[in-house]
Design a protein around this ligand. Structure first.
Ligand code: DC
Length: 221
């Protein structure tokens, strides 16, 4: 079974997808982590995040691998486990920039499809239902107001000890939304056959229940 869970940053996709994967006994794939890993490499190389040519030409130096141990996703970049190095606000911005480059998206395409071909997955991203897995049995596009999303992301970052304000997180979210939804290649938009779910007033449990309802309306589980 393939479940595509798309939507903008901070819509709660990863929290819901993780809980969903656990309940259904399938794998949770966080595809944003792949773009973040490219962003990390670009940053470490000192390449400007606007330097498309520089970014494209460094792709050939990247050996990126994604595997699962006890259902946990592990990404290695040239043999190094990236872990939490990709979970900073700065790397999120690099990820947003590199993800707008078509060559970067094609570079990561097969990694994502291979995993879905070999396993039952709930895959979280921006273009899973439209580009990566157009044949997914279930497609959900999760949204929430920018303010609700900023508040969740702010709490996450503060808990990790990052220095930020709610205003700066909201500004980052608005900027990333603009980048992600207006880019020419694989913009963050719902597939024609996706169910749109606005979870602004929902807690995690209610969101998971709602997505399970959507899944049940499409397939037998
Ligand atoms: O979900 P995230 O915040 O970890 O994603 C980081 C960036 O990667 C985000 O700005 C958009 C991009 N992304 C994408 O373009 N396509 C995906 N399937 C997943 C993420």
């Amino acid at each position: 079974m393939k479940i595509a869970l798309d939507g903008p940053s901070g819509a709660g996709k990863s929290t819901v997808a993780k809980a969903l994967a656990k309940r259904l006994g399938i794998i949770y794939v966080d595809t944003g982590a792949l773009y973040r890993t490219i962003g990390l490499y670009v940053k470490r190389k000192g390449i400007d995040k606007e330097d498309k040519e520089g970014i494209i030409s460094c792709l050939e130096e990247i050996d990126l691998n994604m595997e699962f141990k006890n259902s946990e996703q592990i990404i290695t970049l040239n043999g190094e486990v990236v872990g939490d190095n990709i979970r900073t606000g700065e790397i999120a911005m690099y990820a947003s920039k590199v993800s707008a480059i078509p060559e970067v998206r094609s570079f990561l395409l097969n990694t994502q499809r291979d995993i879905a071909n070999k396993n039952s997955v709930v895959m979280d991203g921006r273009d899973i239902g439209t580009v990566i897995l157009p044949d997914a049995e279930v497609k959900v596009f999760m949204i929430a107001s920018p303010e609700a999303r900023a508040e969740r992301r702010y709490k996450e970052l503060i808990a990790k000890g990052e220095n930020c304000t709610l205003e700066s997180v909201l500004a980052d979210i608005n900027l990333r939304d603009k980048n992600d939804s207006t880019r020419q290649t694989a913009p963050c938009v719902p597939a024609d056959d996706a169910v749109i779910f606005d979870n602004s007033g929902y807690n995690v449990e209610q969101s998971v229940d709602r997505v399970i309802e959507i899944i049940k309306s499409k397939v037998e589980i």
